[in-house]
Design a binder for this molecule. Structure first.
Ligand SMILES: Cc1cc2nc3c(=O)[nH]c(=O)nc-3n(C[C@H](O)[C@H](O)[C@H](O)COP(=O)(O)O)c2cc1C
Length: 402
């Protein structure tokens, strides 16, 4: 519930600043208290007067303003807020926030804030796809910030592509959902999530691994935690993740993953295996560095333990969710895996597509259920996919308890 919440809208210098005027008006209409903090650049796009008229509060732009000499503005604002929405979030502002730079009022408020922060990036597609920007978003995400993905479409610069700021309704919806008490529906539920790739050593230098970034598993862990669950994330060494409220166990090999998931899974109500675990591992890893020779080389591989199958065999009352990454005949393979491994649900995605799945922020999946039914989730952020998966998990738990 957004009513009575104290919300700071941080406006940085992009064309989409005009949309934030409407957002401020909507939030006021919904009963929120709104204060606006603008960067110097933002003031080129819309005037503080517009926001002042809409919110009936003075707009903050200057860190060194002496209008309220007893208050240190950036600290007072940061402490006041229940949530901060940065919209539009420019590439510059995102870069500063990710790297701890606070050289103006808004970036300093963000540095001082304990409240949840929602960033709505808005920029030209090339800027949005720039690896520096993507890395900065990932850093913010890993520190618990909420990133409201931009949409695809016509951009103010005359081009078309991804980068258009999410619509105010969508941004408000994300903040509203955050405050929605119902979303603490996983309180008391113990969840184990695996994420990322395993690494199978060939020798001290080389290894076998795969392309899983762990983003999907991390999104599920974060969402479950947000909804009140006690979460253990078993993550491959390649995963970058930290969250003070989530118990994270980093593992290297499939054998390590097997041990960690089995241990954590003993107490769990829900296990979600989103990690890409190696099916094979070198039979005898070489204790040193294998020397190059003129001949071809054969590495003998042995099967790793099938974690999901073992969990399915000793399932008890747990809800068990698996993933299937398939390049063809997805439905048949996914349904077969669901049955063979005694799962409650399998999340299938098409790895032949470059725009979704491995390493990307988005996914488009089909969920197949034990009772033979299925549902599809159109291409969207992995955080949205995580929500839908956990909605289904909770529905299954409720059905079981009825
Ligand atoms: C007409 C115009 C439109 C701009 N639109 C954007 C934008 O949508 N997103 C963005 O990241 N930067 C945009 N910029 C660049 C930023 O305004 C610039 O990087 C500025 O330094 C951002 O400062 P701030 O982050 O402190 O607000 C635009 C610049 C101009 C002149």
């Amino acid at each position: 519930m957004i009513e009575k919440k104290r919300i700071i809208i941080g406006v940085s210098g992009g064309i989409a600043a005009y949309k934030s005027c409407y957002m401020a008006s909507r939030l006021i209409h919904m009963g929120a208290e709104v204060r606006v903090c603008m960067t110097e650049s933002a003031c080129h796009f819309v005037t503080p007067l517009t926001f002042e008229s809409l919110t009936h509060n003075a707009v903050n732009t200057d860190m060194f303003s002496r209008e309220t000499p007893m208050n240190v503005t950036h600290i007072a604002l940061a402490e006041w807020a229940d949530a901060i929405i940065v919209a539009p979030a420019t590439a510059n502002l995102i870069g500063k926030a990710a790297n701890g730079i606070c050289d103006d009022l808004l970036s300093t408020v963000l540095m001082a804030a304990k409240a949840p922060v929602f960033y709505a990036p808005a920029m030209n597609t090339n800027m949005y796809e720039n690896p520096a920007l993507q890395k900065n978003l990932e850093v913010l995400r890993s520190r618990g910030a909420h990133i409201i993905e931009p949409a695809e479409g016509a951009l103010a610069c005359g081009t078309s592509g991804k980068g258009r700021m999410a619509e105010p309704e969508e941004i408000i919806g994300a903040v509203d959902a955050f405050f929605d008490e119902k979303k603490r529906d996983m309180a008391g539920v113990k969840v184990v999530v695996s994420a990322g790739a395993t690494i199978e050593d060939i020798d001290k230098v080389r290894f076998l691994s795969n392309r899983s970034s762990g983003k999907m598993g991390c999104a599920i862990a974060r969402e479950a935690c947000r909804r009140g669950a006690a979460v253990t994330l078993v993550a491959g060494e390649n995963v970058r993740f930290s969250d003070a409220d989530i118990d994270v166990v980093f593992v290297r090999s499939a054998a390590d993953m097997h041990w960690a998931v089995t241990e954590a899974g003993k107490e769990a109500d829900v296990v979600v295996m989103a990690a890409a675990v190696a099916d094979y591992t070198p039979k005898k890893p070489f204790d040193g560095k294998i020397k190059k020779s003129a001949d071809d080389m054969t590495i003998e591989l042995s099967r790793t333990k099938d974690i999901l199958k073992e969990l399915g065999e000793h399932k008890g009352e747990r809800i068990l969710v698996g993933f299937a990454a398939e390049a063809d005949d997805m439905e048949r393979y996914a349904k077969d895996k669901l049955k063979r491994k005694n799962l409650d649900m399998i999340v299938a995605n098409d790895i032949s597509r470059k725009d979704i799945g491995f390493g990307t922020q988005e996914n488009e999946v089909t969920l197949y259920y034990k009772d033979g039914s299925s549902s599809s989730i159109d291409k969207c952020g992995k955080d949205i996919v995580a929500k839908r998966i956990l909605d289904d998990v909770m529905r299954m738990m409720e059905d079981r308890n009825d």
